[in-house]
Design a protein around this ligand. Structure first.
Ligand code: ZN
Length: 480
């Protein structure tokens, strides 16, 4: 038996100005594609040959340029056409949060075009991020569709392997099944749906209980993606029956789960300690232990922001009295980075930092000293061994303020990233990171972690984001 394997992952934030082009993608083929898709061992154990299509992943970014997506789509459709007569199934990872100029969801387009080629019956198993959007057509085109349970996505690899195993089982005992969908009129961001918090913790336990039912292969909750306005935004429940005769039972379960999560809607809250920007800075300065992490949540790289916000840097620079050591990571300003690259270690320069495209990214003039150069490594969710770029550690002259300056979007989410970037997290009292909710390594390390509700392209308050095309009424935009 043979299975085509591939991955396409993008979150498209329409509030960031740049288009996502092919240069923003990590693209891999052949053995490298199989390695990066992380399910090769599952198929090998079952004696199933893997046909690698493509691994195409970008970090969250802007809307995808039409031409870029045409190329990406062709990587999948050409492989499927080439193997139409010898493939037994298809196993895909499709994030679900993409948006293409003039097309809508790229994930949906990939599945739709593949279905056009293979017809309605060839098994297609999809594992996905819960922060993606669904439509009934998309869900029902999937034979199996299952999202990660945990946010942050600590179960991403386990879920991909689980879905691959479900596909193997199905290939050895074919059933005429497909996933079923129930839309939930709730639109929330990741920062209000962390799985170690309620109501997700309880709801995940309920989902796990449903999955013990032999009539179901899987059930999952899809939080949805709210960084572009589209008719498919909002959350949803997906259930997959184990046999054709359980299709209506699966739909009944999906509807029950929809009602359960909807009843829990008033329990959604920001995870951890959340404060307005000034409050967060004051609390960090008054705190005794170290390090204190502050997340600059309006400039969350994990939701597609660019890392341009200089808000936190400007606040700390404005403090006349500062007796804490502060590190601002990873401030993205390609022009400033290029200029600072001319510096030797220990050398000084008077320079402007900030791309200055809006109030949040306003330029600030500083006298800096180059401390060190480091390397930006990938995250465990993608490829932790991948070198993604470089950073420069600058110290503001005569002030205890340090800046990790970069020329691309990047966020310090994991311990190995701090190490490679030459940022000793034991040295600083306060560390600002461009995240929403704090990542597990940092949460464990920090004596205190605060999410600061800064402005920017990843504004947290759903009610302040303008939507025109979503289904209404929708909680919490409408009081339902
Ligand atoms: Zn996600």
């Amino acid at each position: 038996m043979k299975v085509i394997v591939g991955m396409f992952s993008t979150e498209s934030n329409e509030h960031v100005p740049n288009r996502n082009t092919i240069a923003d993608y990590d693209v891999a083929f052949g053995a490298e594609c199989i390695r990066k898709c992380q399910v090769g061992d599952v198929f090998a154990r079952e004696g199933i040959e893997v046909i690698p299509a493509a691994y195409v992943r970008s970090g969250p970014s802007g809307v995808i340029a039409a031409e870029t997506f045409r190329y990406i789509l062709s990587l999948f459709t050409e492989k499927v056409r080439e193997h139409i007569s010898d493939t037994d199934g298809i196993c895909l990872f499709l994030h679900g949060g993409s948006e293409v100029e003039g097309t809508g969801s790229g994930d949906h387009a990939i599945l739709r075009e593949i279905r056009k080629i293979v017809g309605p019956y060839l098994p297609i198993a999809v594992s996905c991020d819960p922060h993606g959007n669904l439509t009934r057509e998309y869900v029902e085109s999937c034979t199996i569709l299952r999202s990660f349970r945990e946010s942050p996505h600590t179960d991403s690899v386990a879920t991909k392997k689980h879905v691959a195993r479900l596909l193997c089982r199905l290939l050895k005992n074919r059933q005429n099944i497909h996933a079923v969908y129930s839309k939930v009129p709730i639109i929330i961001g990741g920062e209000q749906s962390v799985s170690t918090d309620e109501p997700i913790r309880t709801f995940n336990r309920i989902l796990n209980k449903y999955e013990e039912d032999e009539r179901l292969l899987s059930v999952s909750w899809h939080v949805g993606y709210l960084r572009h306005d589209c008719d498919c935004a909002g959350s949803g429940i997906v259930a997959v029956p184990s046999r054709e005769e359980y299709l209506s039972y699966a739909q009944k379960c999906a509807d029950e789960l929809r009602d359960i999560i909807f009843e829990m809607r008033h329990q959604f809250h920001y995870t951890g300690l959340t404060m307005e920007t000034d409050e967060a800075v004051t609390a960090a300065l008054e705190f005794e232990g170290k390090p204190v992490f502050i997340t600059d949540s309006g400039d969350n790289i994990g939701s597609g922001a660019n890392g341009y916000n200089t808000v936190m840097l400007r606040i700390f620079l404005s403090l006349e009295q500062l007796d804490k050591t502060v590190l601002i990571t990873d401030l993205n300003d390609p022009a400033a980075f290029a200029k600072a690259c001319e510096l030797e270690r220990g050398q000084e320069m008077n320079m402007s930092i900030g791309v200055g495209i809006d109030d949040c990214s306003a330029k600030v003039q500083v006298e800096v000293v180059l401390q060190s150069r480091g390397i930006i490594m990938g995250m465990s969710l993608g490829d932790p061994d991948k070198v993604e770029g470089e950073n420069l550690l600058l110290k503001v002259k005569d002030r205890p303020i340090y800046i990790s300056l970069v020329n691309r979007r990047s966020s310090m989410c994991e311990k190995h990233q701090f190490k490679a970037a030459g940022l000793d997290w034991d040295f600083y009292d306060i560390i600002v990171v461009k995240q929403g909710y704090i990542f597990p390594d940092l949460k464990e390390k920090g004596k205190l972690s605060i999410m600061a509700l800064t402005d920017g392209p990843t504004l947290q308050d759903t009610r302040r984001i303008e939507f025109k095309r979503i289904m209404r009424p929708m909680f919490p935009i409408d009081d339902i």
